[in-house]
Write a protein that binds this ligand. Structure first.
Ligand code: ZN
Length: 391
């Protein structure tokens, strides 16, 4: 049942996605315009939770009227917008597909408590931290930031049964040693140092197993899980400990998808399916061994890999046959104010265990002259990327 429904909403995606979201870089004021569209249609009830460090309103949107409470919060890190976009796709699904069994079951059995963009100040400049330079996801105990206090008090006020902690991860992780770039990573966070299971965490593992099974339909072998070392001051771990079955979902990388729209779609479909499984109580039969078997995220990826190149580093050393890992970074050029792309040679040597997000080329012994390069030095991307693209 769940797999056929998941396939159906995957195939229908273009008919309900929030088509007005056309870039993954947006601010809170842009997001508020999207929310206005729904307010006229009364699909949710809005309550202001408080103000960010710079005084932006952080609100919770309540949908449905069921007995089981599910809280979803996005963009605790300002530069991690994928799930915020997915949340709008989900709101759109409910508002366009009002008679669909997924909509009716979820809204009847669950009360959804959505907090889109918990860190609007960080989102304003597309940075991880809040305006006080604090990582909110390490502030679950100290609570020095207003945003962390807001999330904690929302948990205390609503006492949700389930929670979805929605993030983006660096797109260079791989699914274990499979040489597949991780598209989505999951975690049912630990509640203590010994990573023990109680019924709260076991329920989270069941939900994560459901999500993994759904994702497997569309992206076989591209789902990883995070190492579950207990992080004492992180929110996921603490919210799990406070009694809400919590799953961390990290949007990863996908080739040719810099705006992460495909990952956004996967997130939307996966979350709708997981919410339906909770609402219809299909999750409770899930086998946690599915979650246990997911390979752990490993940092074995680069944006580009040039394999088997012969590199002359300087006149005194012999040329060597190597693989070259290249990453790209975007910086604001302070004199022009424009966003520019740079390429960084991240590693040179035997990269046979590594995978490339964007392009993996075999130089087949071609001698490369990258000038007098050094590791981790930035090159304007126009110097290296055309070389890769010519191969
Ligand atoms: Zn994050």
């Amino acid at each position: 049942m769940l797999s056929s429904l998941s396939r159906e909403i995957f195939d229908l995606y273009d008919s309900y996605k929030a088509e007005y979201i056309t870039t993954c870089r947006f601010t809170q004021s842009e997001m508020l315009v999207w929310l206005d569209r729904f307010e006229e249609r009364h699909i949710f009830e809005k309550s202001i939770l408080g103000l960010s460090a710079e005084g932006r309103e952080i609100a919770l949107y309540k949908l449905g009227s069921g007995p089981v409470k599910v809280m979803l919060w996005t963009q605790m890190h300002g530069d991690e917008p994928t799930a915020t976009m997915s949340l709008f796709d989900i709101f759109n699904f409910f508002s366009k597909k009002t008679e669909h069994i997924i909509t009716t079951t979820i809204l009847e059995k669950l009360t959804l408590l959505a907090i889109p963009m918990l860190n609007p100040d960080g989102a304003e400049c597309f940075i991880r931290r809040n305006a006080q330079m604090i990582d909110l996801n390490r502030d679950a105990l100290a609570l020095v930031t207003p945003e962390a206090r807001i999330l904690k008090s929302a948990c205390e006020k609503y006492r949700p049964d389930f929670g979805f902690n929605l993030h983006d991860q660096e797109p260079h992780y791989t699914v274990g040693t499979t040489r597949n770039i991780t598209a989505v990573a999951l975690l049912a966070p630990a509640i203590d140092e010994s990573r023990s299971d109680n019924h709260v965490r076991l329920r989270a593992k069941k939900v994560a197993s459901v999500l993994a099974q759904v994702l497997e339909l569309f992206i076989p072998g591209k789902t990883a899980k995070w190492d579950d070392t207990f992080c004492p001051n992180a929110f996921g771990d603490n919210i799990q400990k406070w009694g809400t079955s919590t799953v961390l979902v990290e949007s990863g990388g996908w080739r040719g998808d810099p705006e992460k729209f495909f990952i956004r779609k996967l997130n939307c479909v996966g979350l709708l399916a997981a919410l339906y499984a909770i609402a219809a109580d299909e999750y409770s039969n899930a086998d946690t061994a599915i979650y246990d078997r997911i390979p752990v995220n490993m940092e074995l990826g680069f944006d580009y890999i040039i394999r088997n190149a012969v590199l002359g580093t300087n006149a005194a050393a012999d040329p060597v046959r190597v693989d070259i890992g290249v990453n790209t970074e975007k910086h604001i050029n302070t004199s022009t104010g424009r966003l520019e792309e740079y390429a960084v040679i991240a590693d040179v040597g035997d990269l046979s265990r590594f995978a490339a997000l964007e392009k993996d080329v075999d130089a087949a012994g071609t001698e490369l002259n990258l000038g007098s390069f050094e590791l981790e030095r930035s090159f304007a991307a126009e110097k290296i990327l055309p070389l890769i693209n010519r191969m």
